[in-house]
Design a protein around this ligand. Structure first.
Ligand code: NAP
Ligand code: G4F
Length: 338
């Protein structure tokens, strides 16, 4: 029987890959998107262009902070699975907008859980909550597993910890099938351009073709466990197919610094990153998460999920994509000048 899914955050990096995956699995996919004065669907437009997929992808306006409208949407759509990926997801921005960040992530998650609780009265529903390795913050053990205590140190991480614990609370208190995916950083050619990996690959491509001279970054010594987003959405889906709800870490098990990532990317283009990078203290954070390293043994043993794309491959994929984009930008610029 055709399954129905509702994705919040469908216009984001993960939402777009998850929509693709679920459509491929013959789901009817509903996505909630925010009204914006410009189009925000560039990551999912290709799904609409494919006429076959179009018939199974439906978009609805909504906002995680509007609980009543969200409940109305959930009751109208009657999803078998809800993937809550919507969020103000930028850690640095969460220092500038702490209340809004809490509203979208903390209250937003509560709104999703409440809507699911209403739906549960008439049909079973499963909820995936996008938790984050950022919750480990100033880490209390390495590597981090599902049993590592959280020690959040950004408004974003505090909000995610709230959403995480409410998800556990609804599972225990109301018997809701609700699972947390504690995902470590995952990147791709669809990553937002203000996250560090994409900022680096975009700049390297533009520098190579002469459109940019310098790249301004913050802390080059921070270390992250970086995987490929395409693979991580498969893990989200597997969590909701498991016979019971639970919490799972998803990570590669390898950590590398921002500096390492710069080196890998610039090397792809035969450039020396040290010639182009300047430190701008504006990009430092009031409190930094120095190093994250995940242990995804449980996801491998229970769900059969593991990350397979190496950091080198990830850097290659993103650099090739953004070099091509820069070439097209340069070409368009020359064309405009003619
Ligand atoms: P992303 O690219 O920033 O996408 C976020 C999505 O949330 C966008 O579709 C955005 O819509 C939507 N959104 C923002 N505020 C909203 C609101 N008030 N109501 C409804 N939707 C709203 O993030 P991502 O990388 O795909 O991450 C997906 C989720 O996983 C997020 O919850 C993030 O915090 C979490 N996470 C990500 C990572 C990672 O490394 N990528 C790791 C751990 C956890 P617009 O397009 O309109 O902005
Ligand atoms: O790419 P980032 O902004 O990602 P961050 O802060 O790790 O958060 C991402 O991963 C989390 C999972 O752990 C998600 F929950 C969250 O939603 C998001 O997807 O920064 C990575 C590192 C940081 O240590 C930062 O200080 O890169 C450092 N960095 C250095 N220069 C920079 C820059 N980060 C950004 N965004 N921009 C810079 O210029």
């Amino acid at each position: 029987m055709t399954k129905t899914a509702l994705i919040t955050g469908i216009t984001g990096q993960d939402g777009s890959y998850l929509a693709e995956l679920l459509l491929h699995k013959e789901y009817l996919v509903h996505g909630m998107l925010r009204r914006s004065s410009t189009f925000s669907t560039s990551r999912i437009d290709h799904l609409y262009r494919d006429r076959h997929e179009e018939s199974r992808l439906r978009l609805h306006y909504g906002d995680l902070t509007d609980g009543q409208a969200l409940t109305n949407l959930v009751l109208a759509v009657q999803p078998d699975e809800i993937y809550n990926l919507g969020a103000q997801s930028h850690v640095r921005v969460s220092y500038d907008q702490p209340v809004y960040t809490l509203q979208t992530i903390g209250v937003g998650t509560l709104n999703v859980l409440e809507a699911a609780r209403q739906l549960m009265r008439s049909k079973p529903v499963r909820v995936y909550q996008a938790s984050s390795s950022e919750m480990f913050g100033k880490v209390l053990e390495t590597p981090q597993t599902e049993r590592t205590p959280f020690n959040p140190q950004s408004p974003y991480a505090c909000a995610k910890a709230y959403g995480h614990f409410q998800t556990v609370n609804y599972r225990r208190g109301y018997d809701l099938f609700a699972s947390n995916g504690i995902l470590f950083n995952h990147e791709s050619e669809r990553r937002g351009e203000t996250f560090v990996t994409r900022k680096i690959t975009r700049a390297a491509g533009r520098i190579k073709v002469g459109l940019q001279k310098k790249l301004f970054l913050g802390n080059l010594d921070a270390k992250r466990d970086w995987g490929y987003a395409r693979e991580y959405v498969e893990g989200m889906w597997r969590m909701l197919q498991h016979h019971e709800p639970d919490d799972f870490v998803m990570a590669t098990g390898r950590t590398a610094s921002v500096r390492d990532f710069c080196r890998l990317v610039f090397e792809q283009l035969d450039l020396d990153y040290e010639e182009f990078i300047e430190i701008d203290p504006n990009y430092f954070r009031p409190a930094e998460v120095d190093v994250l390293l995940g242990d995804a043994t449980k996801a491998k043993e229970v769900l059969g999920w593991e990350a397979t794309t190496t950091l080198e491959e990830l850097a290659r994929i993103m650099t090739a994509h953004d070099y091509d984009l820069a070439l097209r930008e340069a070409h368009a610029k020359r064309f405009d000048a003619d």
